[in-house]
Structure formats: structure tokens, C-alpha cells
Design a protein around this ligand. Sequence first.
Ligand SMILES: Cc1cc2nc3c(=O)[nH]c(=O)nc-3n(C[C@H](O)[C@H](O)[C@H](O)COP(=O)(O)O)c2cc1C
Length: 194
Amino acid sequence: MSQTKSPLLEGIMARRSGNARALGLPGPDDAQITAIVKAGAQAPDHGRLVPFRFLQVAQGARSRLADLLEASSRELWADIPQPEIERAREKADQGPEILALIGRIDPNHPKITASDQWLAVGAALENMLLAVQACGFAAAVRSGKFLETKAMRDGFALGPNEHLTCLIAIGTPSDWPPQKPKPELDRVFSVWNG
Ligand SMILES: Cc1cc2nc3c(=O)[nH]c(=O)nc-3n(C[C@H](O)[C@H](O)[C@H](O)COP(=O)(O)O)c2cc1C
């Protein structure tokens, strides 16, 4: 009988996003953070360009991150109302650990397309999410235009080809969001007959 059961496959099928507001202590320890980041760096990477790097947001930098998130929101929304400022700032307070995933994309590489490089970044993200869950935690990914502003770029000292792709809040879930339905197989898979 062909093998369709393995801990890895079970982990993939069980992966789901956590609720960022329901991620508490404990968070991953140093060895687990290292394992999560190494899983990210294990991503398939055409041309071995290493189009990603990872940052751990230091606990002492949380208020600085909140200030940057506020500045970023103000940059995008001139007369932003106070509740939206609070919503922006609270992202710095979600989860006992926050990792940032930075894409390093060379749009002019002679051989490797930008999309291949982005795919490696995405593979790194999925590897990290699977590793988070394998270590017994939940993760919530945060992304959006607020990561692409001058405030964030300057605050994270990004190079010209670097993109702050997402923040990953990690912790112990006290609650889960509703399970998201996944596409039926026939919606995403068929045979190409030439
Ligand atoms: C690149 C990327 C960015 C994401 N950004 C957000 C986000 O900003 N806010 C959010 O609630 N979820 C975000 N997510 C998580 C998706 O919403 C989530 O994966 C999707 O709803 C499916 O749920 P599941 O992860 O439980 O399967 C992001 C996921 C990816 C891959």
C-alpha cells in the first residue's frame, strides 16, 4: 500500500492560523526560535540566492515597533481616527514572540525571476508556520500596506531590495479562530491531457 500517512503530512494537514489576540505565554524558547528560523531557511531556493532573512523583535523593542506601526498608519491615512491608531499599535503587543520575515528580491537577476525568489520567501513562511505548530505553539501572520511605508522601511533599516513581508506573532493559543474551509480537490487539481 502506498504511504500517505506521516507526521509531516499530519502536521501540514493540521496547520491553521492562530488568533493574534489570543496568543499568550509561554512563547517559544531560544532553542525553539532557532528551530523555527532554521525551518524557514530550509526553504527551496532557486539559485540559492537566500532571498529572505528573519528578525526576532526584542522584547525591549515592542514599544518602538508600536511607534513605527502608528507612524506607518499616519503615513497611509492622514486624518486617521484614534481607534485605528490603537489597532495599529496593538499589533506590537500580540504574542509573546514576534518574528519578522524580510524578502530580499533582486528584480534584475539575470537567471532567477523575482517570482521564483518570492516563492522561496513564501516557502520559508510556510516552513516557519509548520515549525511553530510542531513546537506546540500557534502563529498569526500580519501583513499589509502598513509594512511597506517609509516609516517601516526606515525603522527596520531595510536595504533597497528588501521588503518587510510579514510579522509573525507566536504564542500559546487560549482560543482558536473558526477553522477556515479549504478548497475541494477538484477545484484546484485536474489532469492535463495535452
Ligand atoms: C503572506 C500571508 C500574509 C497574511 N496576512 C494576514 C493578515 O494580515 N491578517 C490575517 O488575519 N491573516 C493573514 N494571513 C493568514 C491568512 O489569513 C490565513 O492563512 C487564511 O485565512 C487561511 O487560514 P489558515 O491559515 O488557518 O489556513 C496571511 C497569510 C499569508 C500566507
